[in-house]
Ligand binder design. Structure first.
Ligand SMILES: Nc1nc2c(c(=O)[nH]1)N[C@@H](CN(C=O)c1ccc(C(=O)N[C@@H](CCC(=O)O)C(=O)O)cc1)CN2
Ligand SMILES: [Mg+2]
Length: 291
């Protein structure tokens, strides 16, 4: 039987409507409008399009957004100065630097410069560390969106074998940690994993975050598995596709996320969620997660 197609787009619509309501409540009750500052370096068309999508989503939810664009020749020091400026501005609740950055800029130094209390991407080592030990923190948006999608399916995560293919800091590693917190048994696979299919075929929940078009075919998938496709790959035809060969794998899986319209829209939704959360933190007695 063909898998149920899990629409991140539909779930995103539902969650964004809820976020919009909460934004409006915060405005009415505390006169605070959540505000996200976005820094975009360079002219990468994909990054430009993601940033535009983030700004549009903010606008639709009633969240203010500020965009600063810089040429790829910007120095690291100039970039850090702009982050300091936003760190010090109490009317800004979230700061995001669109990745990837040009090679001459040290990405980790940039991320570490963002105040952990405004790190709505959830990439700062303080937030990653807090996430690892189950303390409140901003959760990285794509992994957080994936967990929300799986929870929306009404299947228990506890005891399930999750196999994550990919070990990036922004998707692979954190998604495994978040699912471990839900009592899954987690296995990580990567480019050096031997006999990948023998491991992925054990997965009740398979998460593909490889970055290679249609690399995961049915021979990697157990009958009835939940398949989450994180890849966003552009084919020569201009069409987008995931890491999973959707047409063949959907005949084997119980649930499958499409590309586009799967994980991607949830990434932006969880960014809105985190920005609202940051503004709510400021409005409450506790200005941060940690105080
Ligand atoms: N600072 C950050 N940089 C990057 C992040 C991030 O979370 N924070 N993640 C990715 C890019 N990304 C968000 O920035 C992102 C990627 C894809 C989508 C998305 O909605 N994809 C659509 C298809 C979009 C298209 O048509 O091109 C989909 O899958 O349906 C949203 C956000 C790296 N950088
Ligand atoms: Mg670099």
């Amino acid at each position: 039987m063909s898998a149920v197609i899990v629409s991140g787009k539909d779930l995103a619509v539902e969650k964004r409507a809820f976020i919009k309501e909460k934004v409006s409540e915060l405005h009415m009750e505390k006169s605070i409008q959540p505000c996200l500052a976005v820094i975009l370096v360079g002219q990468d068309p994909a990054s430009q399009s993601y940033v535009r999508a983030k700004q549009k989503a903010c606008e639709e939810a009633g969240i203010k957004s500020i965009l600063e664009e810089y040429p790829s020749s910007i120095t690291q020091e100039e970039l850090l100065n702009r982050i300091t400026h936003f760190n010090d501005d109490a009317s800004v609740h979230g700061i995001l630097v669109q990745l990837p950055l040009p090679d001459h800029i040290d990405e980790l130094a940039v991320i570490e410069h963002i105040s952990p209390n405004k790190d709505v991407d959830g990439f700062h080592p303080v937030n990653i560390g807090r996430m690892m030990i189950d303390q409140k923190s901003f959760l990285p948006c794509t992994p957080y969106g994936i967990v929300e999608m799986i929870k929306s399916l009404d299947v228990s995560i506890s005891g399930k074998h999750v196999v994550v293919i990919g070990r990036s800091n922004i998707v692979g590693k954190p998604v495994g940690q978040l699912l471990l917190k839900e009592d899954a048994t987690v296995t990580y696979c990567h480019s050096r994993t031997k006999d990948l299919a023998s491991i992925t075929k054990q997965a009740d929940i398979l998460i593909a975050a490889v970055g290679r078009a249609k690399i995961i075919g049915p021979e990697y998938v157990k009958d009835g598995a939940i398949v989450i496709d994180v890849g966003v790959n552009r084919l020569e035809t201009g069409k987008l596709c995931g890491d999973v060969d959707f047409e063949s794998v959907k005949e084997k899986a119980s649930f499958i996320t499409p590309v586009p319209g799967g994980v991607g829209p949830m990434t932006i939704t969880m960014l809105l969620h985190n920005t609202l959360q940051s503004a709510q933190n400021q409005a409450s007695e506790n200005k941060t997660f940690s105080s």
